[in-house]
Design a protein around this ligand. Structure first.
Ligand code: HEC
Length: 100
C-alpha cells in the first residue's frame, strides 16, 4: 500500500514537471487569457473568429485603435477593445505577434 501511494506521488510529480516543458511558445500573459475563449488557446482562430497568432505588431495596434474608434467593422471587438489600456494593448501586441 505504501509503495502504491509513493508511485502515485511520483507519477503526479512527473506529470506536473512535464507540463511547462510540453507547453509551446511564450507563457500567456494574464490580459491575453480572455482572448482564448474566442480566438483559441494560441490565437489560432476558429470558424468566423479570425486567427491572431503571428499578427504584425504594428498592425495589431492600428487595428485595435480602429476597433476602439468604431472605424473597423466589428460585431464584438469594438466593445472589447475599449476595455483595455494602452499598456495592456502593448502587452497583447507583443504576445500575439510573437506567436506563430
Ligand atoms: C467574444 C469573442 C471574442 C473575444 C473574447 C475576443 N475577440 Fe477578437 N475578434 C472576435 C471577432 C468576432 C472578430 C472579428 C471582428 C468582429 O466581428 O468584432 C475579432 C477580431 C479580432 C482582431 C482583428 C483580426 C483581423 O481579422 O484582422 C484582433 C486583432 C483581435 N480580435 C484581437 C483580440 C484580442 C487581443 C482579444 C483579447 C483581449 C480578443 N480579440 C478577444 C471575437 C473575439
Amino acid at each position: 500500500m505504501k509503495t502504491r501511494i509513493g508511485l502515485a506521488a511520483l507519477i503526479a510529480v512527473a506529470f506536473s514537471a512535464a507540463g511547462p516543458a510540453l507547453a509551446q511558445g511564450p507563457a500567456t500573459p494574464l490580459v491575453a487569457q480572455s482572448c482564448a475563449g474566442c480566438h483559441g488557446q494560441s490565437g489560432e482562430g476558429e470558424g468566423a473568429i479570425p486567427a491572431i497568432a503571428g499578427y504584425d505588431r504594428e498592425a495589431f495596434v492600428e487595428v485595435w485603435e480602429a476597433f476602439r474608434a468604431n472605424e473597423r467593422p466589428a460585431t464584438i471587438m469594438n466593445r472589447i477593445a475599449r476595455g483595455f489600456t494602452d499598456d495592456e494593448v502593448a502587452v497583447l501586441a507583443d504576445y500575439f505577434s510573437s506567436l506563430r
